[in-house]
Design a protein around this ligand. Structure first.
Ligand code: FAD
Length: 474
């Protein structure tokens, strides 16, 4: 018999449920496939950096699979529809008896998988696994069997279920017996813009696991004190690996439990604080499945679609390029543009600034983030943007509006982060770093840095009025 493993967002051999199941029968011939779909990726606004990260991990995956006697085939189609018809033919030509894959929960991905299962149903047995989450969507519900709309009760129910569930990590498969090591063909680069990634994120499962281990050993205890300070490496920086499945959430949970065995009892500690973020990741994915409209960029709260957003291309451009005149916003956007990663506190600040100060449609921000992020993930990104825009399930109320200056003062007091990204503010003293023009005026100096594009107090009033008007109209 021939078993085919279809890799998508699970580019690892350790703790991969589909791969593990495909290898269980020692007699089976096991082969693997990855299908690139550049046109689809364009529609999903995938960042060229993320495509490059995937490509590099694919090379690592090809190598690890070959060591185990499993050849990785590679093909490039335009989009998901093409990938279905191509895969059907591939199954026929390779005489595939059983197909193994890990589920993706976004709407286009789910439709693709349904179409494929239908197309091959006469000859191929399909096995789909819940792998990218600690608990599958639909398994954590209210007494009425509905998905939670608010995070805290979701977390309570989630943790209760988690303790009952089997979340052990699976080992990487053994090498296949009596199989020659397959030839390593060079993987053709994707027909997609590629971009340099830098050294912040090493390639490979082992690198990701090492980073996880050292974070859980050395840093997680201080997570609560440090997680909001962008000048410090106080968070795990594992999101790029989790987003493309180089690391699984079970590996994160199990490593955390090994290093901090009392994580579930000591709910005020750093370890629990970090686990809480993993649960946010789950919450947003469960929401996508319960309300597929979220995959189509519709707001969860319908009336918020009536907000009359400003059409302000210059302001949008200033935000994208880090030239709004608000130092914490600009430093954050330059970090994103140059590395593809941004600290969570800063994601919240820049999202609030775009939506609540510039009154620009949150979808512009969501799209721009996707086009830049190394860790771009529809569920987390949409969830984060709808939270910031007060259009989502568990959103901050619309009248809660961050003040970008005081946020900077609170979370980057001495301006260390700001100075790292805005060299034009190098001479500005610490106490003035959040309002540099005030200092420059006193010094009779002219800074090579833009004046604020908008007055926060006025913007706040306009935004409140725009949300109130939309609510009244609904
Ligand atoms: P840690 O603090 O170490 O957290 C561990 C892991 O938990 C992360 O790697 C991530 O997988 C998950 N996580 C942490 N915070 C959140 C959260 N708020 N929501 C969901 N999962 C979370 N995260 C993405 O992975 N991809 C995105 O496209 C994305 N877009 C975002 C957009 C906005 C506007 C906001 C406010 C947040 C977004 N986040 C996104 C969530 C969060 O900012 C990042 O996951 C986090 O900054 C990654 O850094 P880390 O790995 O050091 O996180």
């Amino acid at each position: 018999t021939t078993h085919l493993v279809w890799f998508r967002n699970d580019l690892r051999i350790t703790d991969n449920r589909a791969l593990h199941a495909a290898c269980e029968d020692p007699q089976a011939r096991v082969i693997a496939i990855f299908i690139a779909t550049p046109e689809q990726w364009k529609q999903h606004e995938m960042a060229p950096r993320q495509a490059t990260f995937i490509y590099q991990h694919l090379q690592a995956l090809q190598h690890s699979l070959a060591e185990r006697g499993i050849p990785l085939h590679y093909h490039q189609c335009d989009d998901f529809a093409d990938s279905v018809s191509w895969l059907k033919d591939f199954c026929a030509s390779e005489k595939v008896d059983a197909l193994f894959y890990n589920k993706q929960y976004e709407i286009n991905e789910r439709e693709r998988d349904l179409a494929l299962e239908k197309a091959v149903s006469d000859t191929v047995m399909c096995h789909a696994f819940d792998d990218s989450l600690l608990l599958p969507p639909g398994s954590v519900t209210t007494g009425n069997d509905e998905m939670y709309k608010v995070y805290t009760p979701f977390r309570r129910a989630f943790l209760a279920r988690l303790t009952e569930s089997d979340s052990r990590s699976l080992p990487a498969p053994q090498a296949r017996e009596n199989v020659e090591k397959p030839a390593m063909h060079k993987l053709m680069p994707f027909d997609y813009p590629l971009a340099a990634i830098g050294d912040d994120f090493a390639i490979g499962e082992e690198a990701a696991r090492n980073q996880l281990r050292s974070f859980c050993r050395e840093q997680v205890q201080d997570y609560l004190e440090q997680r909001d300070l962008p000048a410090i490496d106080g968070t795990s920086s594992l999101s790029p690996y989790l987003a493309i499945g180089v690391l699984s959430p079970r590996q994160c949970l199990n490593r955390l439990r090994t290093e901090c065995p009392d994580v579930l009892e000591k709910t005020d500690g750093g370890a629990f604080g970090w686990l809480n973020e993993l649960v946010w990741r789950e919450f947003y994915r469960h929401l996508l499945v319960a309300w597929p409209k979220l995959c189509k960029h519709q707001p969860f709260v319908d009336w918020t679609d009536g907000v009359r957003w400003r059409d302000a291309p210059d302001d949008l451009q200033a935000w994208k390029t880090g030239k709004t005149g608000y130092p914490i916003v600009d430093a954050a956007m330059r970090q994103l543009n140059s590395t593809g990663w941004m600290h969570n506190r800063l994601r919240m600040i820049v999202a609030s600034f775009l939506v609540k100060d510039l009154l620009i449609n949150w979808r512009e921000g969501e799209r721009y983030f996707m086009s830049q992020l190394l860790d771009g993930d529809l569920a987390a990104n949409n969830g984060g943007w709808q939270w910031g825009a007060s259009t989502g399930t568990d959103a901050a109320p619309y009248f809660r509006i961050f003040n970008p200056t005081t946020q900077g003062e609170r979370f980057d007091k001495a301006g260390r982060f700001i100075k790292a990204w805005l060299p034009e503010l190098a001479d500005v003293p610490e106490r003035d770093i959040h309002q540099p023009h005030r200092w420059a005026d006193k010094q009779h100096r002219v800074l090579d840095y833009p004046l604020p594009v908008i007055d926060h107090a006025r913007a706040r009033k306009d935004t409140l009025a725009a949300f109130e008007a939309a609510k009244k109209r609904s």
